[in-house]
Unconditional design. Structure first.
Length: 369
């Protein structure tokens, strides 16, 4: 039914349509205006807060506190309109509802003022805290990225990698560094989860490994055992743990000695397009495994060989059909490409998951020259 502004002389009165006793009992501020935009009723809550001159039928603080355009729009259109009003230091959410009789004539409006001052204050505080947290998180992310190894050569090893956190911060960590003139340490680690807590674990790993003595670092078994001892001494919750594959390349003997603390996917050593998974027994580093035993293995590495290290975000990446990227795709890329394996793998992975990444992705490629 089409609504229109009521003319003078209509049979219905606002008094017949509104229960003023009910309005008086409402904790929100309520006022009623007729079709001439004159206040005909103010409830007790509004009168107590703003004051009300019953003879003049106006709020003592003045009608200029309110925007009359909203009231006019409701009177003309018959639509419910919501807005916010600032009254002094307070903020109110105002709902302006037309009063309509059975003929569709608009008799006036009821305006309900809900005090949202505290809600808006909390909202501003949350926004400010989020802005601060975002700023701090971005700063932490930059720190994470600066502690990654440099791309390029360390002795006869060429280092390249892909590092893509699923959020601003990552639960992945890897490093390549010289222990002494004859030994180069290489490791990749993956902390459970991702985000701030996981990123703190990665920085713990980085710090501990870099501060171990040379005799410990030369032995993968000793290095992982020491990592486990120091991590469990933190007495974190049982669900906090990480996996780590740690190896040492001997530049003189051309051999690679390694141990694995439950890390998957296993690193892949590739020679003439044939690959071998570097398997070694060992549990993840966690309070659940207080005294783990890490198996040490070794292989020879020759010029032209390379090792691909990954975190589970690679093989567990999913597309829109919920299919996993999987090991087979990784193996096929290795078998079909003699060079640029990392770039091709990264490109196909990004295309596969439609740009929607749910887990941290890290790939470290070590080429032997």
């Amino acid at each position: 039914m089409e609504k229109y502004l009521a003319e003078e002389g209509i049979s219905d009165k606002i008094d017949d349509k509104i229960d003023f006793q009910v309005l008086n009992a409402i904790a929100d501020l309520v006022r009623v205006l007729d079709y001439n935009e004159k206040v005909v009723f103010v409830n007790k809550a509004m009168e107590d807060l703003l004051g009300y001159d019953r003879d003049k039928k106006v709020c003592i603080l003045g009608e200029d506190l309110f925007d009359p355009e909203i009231t006019r729009r409701a009177l003309l259109s018959g639509e419910v309109i919501q807005r916010e009003e600032n009254i002094g230091s307070m903020v109110f959410s105002v709902k302006c509802s037309p009063i309509i009789n059975k003929k569709g004539e608009i008799l006036g409006v009821v305006e309900v003022f809900r005090n949202v001052t505290m809600a808006r204050k909390l909202q501003r505080e949350i926004i400010e805290k989020n802005r601060f947290m975002t700023s701090e998180t971005i700063a932490a992310s930059l720190i994470q990225q600066t502690v990654l190894p440099e791309r390029g050569f360390i002795k006869n090893l060429k280092v390249n990698y892909v590092y893509r956190p699923s959020t601003i911060l990552s639960g992945d960590m890897f490093d390549v560094f010289e222990i002494d003139d004859d030994h180069i340490a290489i490791y990749i680690a993956d902390s459970v989860g991702h985000g701030f807590a996981a990123s703190m674990v990665t920085m713990f790993i980085k710090t501990v490994v870099r501060t171990l003595d040379k005799l410990t670092l030369i032995s993968p078994q000793k290095t992982l055992s020491e990592l486990c001892t120091r991590f469990t001494s933190l007495r974190l919750e049982i669900e906090n743990y990480f996996t780590c594959f740690y190896g040492v390349y001997n530049t003189k003997k051309k051999k690679f000695v390694f141990s694995n603390a439950g890390h998957l996917p296993l690193p892949i050593m590739v020679r003439d397009r044939e690959f071998m998974n570097l398997e070694s027994k060992g549990y993840p580093i966690s309070r659940f495994f207080a005294r783990p035993d890490y198996e040490e293995k070794e292989i020879k590495l020759y010029s032209g060989d390379y090792i691909l290290f990954m975190t589970d975000g690679v093989v567990e990446a999913r597309n829109s059909k919920k299919e996993s990227f999987g090991y087979e795709r990784v193996h096929n890329i290795i078998l079909e490409n003699n060079k640029d394996v990392l770039e091709i793998l990264d490109s196909e992975l990004e295309e596969f998951n439609d740009g929607e990444q749910t887990d941290d992705i890290s790939m470290l490629l070590i080429n032997v020259w």
